[in-house]
Design a protein around this ligand. Sequence first.
Ligand code: NAG
Ligand code: NAG
Length: 315
Amino acid sequence: MILAYFSLLILLLLSSSCAVDHEYFINDNNYVPRNVTKSDVDLVEFPLNLEFMEAEFFLWGSLGLGLDKFAPELADGGPSPIGARIAKLSPLIRDVIAQFGFQEVGHVRAIKNTIAGFPRPLLNLSRESFATVMNDAFGHPLEPPFDPYANDINYLLASYVIPYVGLTGYVGANPKLQSPTAKRLIAGLLGVESGQDAVLRTLLYERGRENVEPYGIMVTEFTNRISELRNKLGRHGIKDEGLKVKREVGAEESIRGNILAGDEYSLAYDRTPEEILRIVYGSGQENKPGGFYPNGAEGRIAKSYLGVGELIKKL
Ligand SMILES: *[C@@H]1O[C@H](CO)[C@@H](O)[C@H](O)[C@H]1NC(C)=O
Ligand SMILES: *[C@@H]1O[C@H](CO)[C@@H](O)[C@H](O)[C@H]1NC(C)=O
């Protein structure tokens, strides 16, 4: 009797693990059955948008070339980014950013090895695109327009805009994941993304009291403004903090220096894909593409909002 019960249990377990929809993974010429449920596929697929952007921005900024040179198979025919270029960097910063660039190539590869993914989306990494973010952050146009590629400080500030958003997305995705394969992948991505964010914040913290020229505005003020903008665009309260905060916002409400962002327990903030889209589109709306993604982000979650957007346009 007990034996029969156990056989039944094992049978049930086996059939439920087989219930993962294998057809879902037939893409062009690959058949990759994995222990990843459909909802996990969507959650793992979404951050590929951000990983593509980071790979391109860091590779171009440090080395003057992107995925088309270093891993064209990952770009998979997607359009080359608009306006990406090599930045004027000191040897140390160039070295750090080049490492980030190749780490991001690994991240894109890891996601694409787990799920089918999609080709590189159109990315707008032009000076104007970053200048728009900074203008929005300050609420008026900076003169001359902010150039992310001009020097170390500008490039680090432009970089401050990016991995942190991915980090909050991974924290947000984690509790929704079902399969061990997806959980392991997201934890691995989160670890390195938050490491990158910490390095960028540390490099900026060291320069915190320096002015960003020619504006005469301190580095900490830039980070605070960028974080405030993201909070505003995300429309979900405070999930972003600059390098210098009010004492009440700092760790244990005890300190103003804020080298890492965290909630009241110094735990990383989480964001949903919707909040992230509102931020990276720069529009505050998940169905209104723009900013770094002129044609919108790819994948089922992002596309589901674009579908609605298209419908509204037609009405
Ligand atoms: C998938 O799940 C089965 C049963 O739980 C396990 O034996 C197998 O190692 C898993 N495969 C992967 C790739 O995680
Ligand atoms: C890139 O962004 C800038 C600033 O928003 C914009 O002026 C330009 O038209 C964009 N390029 C494309 C191709 O979307």
